[in-house]
Ligand binder design. Structure first.
Ligand SMILES: Cc1cc2nc3c(=O)[nH]c(=O)nc-3n(C[C@H](O)[C@H](O)[C@H](O)COP(=O)(O)O)c2cc1C
Length: 201
């Protein structure tokens, strides 16, 4: 599911190698990443999300398009990602532009989720103030059993779907002894070729 075989560029191959290592070692939430967005007055904010897919285009996660992050992305499509695994002593930093994936790809992902997750996505107005969690959970339970009773599948609401981050720069960081860390930075040039260099720790 996660790693697409169309990946050929060096930095993405290196990222996949590290993610594969984290996955095969069964690290808890090995695909968790931090994403930072910036609002219209330049205030950054960040939160964790789960990487769902990586292919030659970039990094994909699922979210609510009307959430705080969604609104910030609407006004500024520059974002930063960060992965870190204590056990691997490795960090990956990515900067790039974010956009929505096609409705077909979002539908495919949405339809693969358990019914209750799909219903929760329909009901939850992510990042908005709520009166009570009891009320929200009741609503989710009620709507879930309605779909179950009718034996019907919910349709993906337009406010939920997949985002794609197209990377402009990728840094691979490996912890070394006594701060002798290794840092390799890749930058995507105008002709879409990647150039790389090493950075002082
Ligand atoms: C490990 C972890 C994984 C998460 N994965 C997602 C995710 O894939 N998509 C998502 O919308 N929120 C995810 N969340 C919740 C977000 O961190 C955040 O609370 C939510 O997206 C609302 O953020 P916003 O108000 O800045 O838009 C995750 C939280 C944690 C701790």
């Amino acid at each position: 599911m996660l790693f697409h075989s169309d990946i050929t560029s060096e930095p993405l191959l290196k990222v996949v190698e590290i993610l594969n290592k984290a996955m095969t070692r069964n690290l808890v939430d090995w695909n968790a990443m931090n994403i930072a967005t910036v609002n219209s007055i330049g205030q950054p904010s960040s939160r964790m999300v789960l990487l769902k897919k990586i292919d030659e285009r970039g990094f994909v996660f699922y979210s609510n398009f009307n959430s705080k992050k969604g609104k910030e992305i609407d006004s500024n499509n520059s974002v930063a990602l960060n992965f870190w695994w204590r056990e691997l002593k490795e960090q990956i930093r990515i900067e790039g532009q974010i956009g929505k994936l096609s409705s077909e790809e979002s539908d495919e992902y949405f339809n693969s989720r358990p019914l209750q997750s799909r219903v929760a996505a329909i009901v939850s107005k992510q990042s908005e103030k709520i009166e009570s969690y009891d009320k929200l959970n009741d609503e989710i339970r009620k709507l879930t059993s309605e779909f179950e009773n009718k034996n019907e599948d919910p349709v993906r609401p337009e406010h939920c779907g997949l985002y794609l981050i197209s990377p402009k720069s990728i840094e691979i960081w490996k912890e070394g002894d006594f701060r002798t860390h290794f840092r390799e930075k890749f930058i995507k040039k105008d002709d879409n070729a990647w150039e790389s260099y090493f950075l002082s720790p």
